[in-house]
Design a protein around this ligand. Sequence first.
Ligand SMILES: *Cc1c(COP(=O)(O)O)cnc(C)c1O
Length: 383
Amino acid sequence: MRDPQQDLDDLTAAGLRRELRTLSGPQRPQIQLGDEALLNFSSNDYLGLANEEALKITFQKAVAKHGVGAGSSRLISGTMTAHMILEETIATLKNAPAALTFSSGYAAATGSIPAIVGKDDYIILDKLCHASLIDGSRLSGATMRVFPHNDLQKLSDHLHWADRKKTPDSRVLVITESVFSMDGDLAPLREICGLTQRHGALLLVDEAHAFGIIGPRGRGLAAQLGMEQQIDFQMGTFSKAVGLTGGYLCAGRAWIDLLLNRARSFIYSTAPAPALAETITASLNLIAGERGDDLRSKLRENINILDPQANSAIIPVVIGANEAALAASQKLRENGFLVPAIRYPTVPRGTARLRITLSAPHREEDITALQDQLVLLKRNIDS
Ligand SMILES: *Cc1c(COP(=O)(O)O)cnc(C)c1O
């Protein structure tokens, strides 16, 4: 039997070894890592809500009201008013008939996809889809095809392929994100939706990095394009701009009823704490209100400092080799900036990168300081 140390040594040799970093205070732009004080450009807390005063108070009050745990899975006795209000709130914001919430976005994907499709069905997904969508697809047992990132011609070819293979009962499910997690670019949703409709296929869009940030009242890219009602499954997370933790899937009533009968990550897992559900609802209301608008315009100002062309708060600096990306990340850290190196399998081989994420509470001087560092880095890479 192989020793686990051997696997670890292999990872280290390939520049793929990962380790935990422990923060000694809350998630925010200025963080403390051991004895290092760093400026944090690595978080998905895009609006700074993980540490929002009003939400901290809501959470405390909710704990006093509901206790700290749900004590049971949702289908036994773990469903409380707070969960139902949260599901109504997210469905309304997404302009969808119904919603189901999960303990995380990962659980939403791995539970939902195998509940929607099975071995007689077909899944067609974008090459850069998040691991949770890939894992959910694999778990489903459906036949899978991947299309190159945002390649509509290849998507169309795969839809024709599925048309030839499918039986009258088969489902064909197309999966994409709206803002891609490691590139920050957008999917051509209108065109993708047109194609799926022409072929009678279902469409699932994961708005993990768009919700809270893009669209009217932060309701996402589908809302911005007025396309919510044409998207069969609107998925997302409460763990990024919403500032807490959890996942959701919005769909028609029958789909949601089917999901709560079939999604194993929903059925065989204890319900999230009701206080958490209540605080997520408060965060959603904040995001959809004036405070949300203020935070979004502050975020946009911050993005414009670094890259006025950027479509999202994610700004990748693709470097290529794992070692070079790690060295760049290390160099930034020595100078006081936490910018993670993202490597395979999170991104394709040969595209290791720095992934910079901006947030509303970042200060202008911190962003310009990072910019200066990036200029120096690029000069070193080029020379
Ligand atoms: C982060 C992420 C998820 C997982 O959400 P969690 O709530 O963190 O589990 C799913 N999809 C995409 C695209 C993500 O970026």
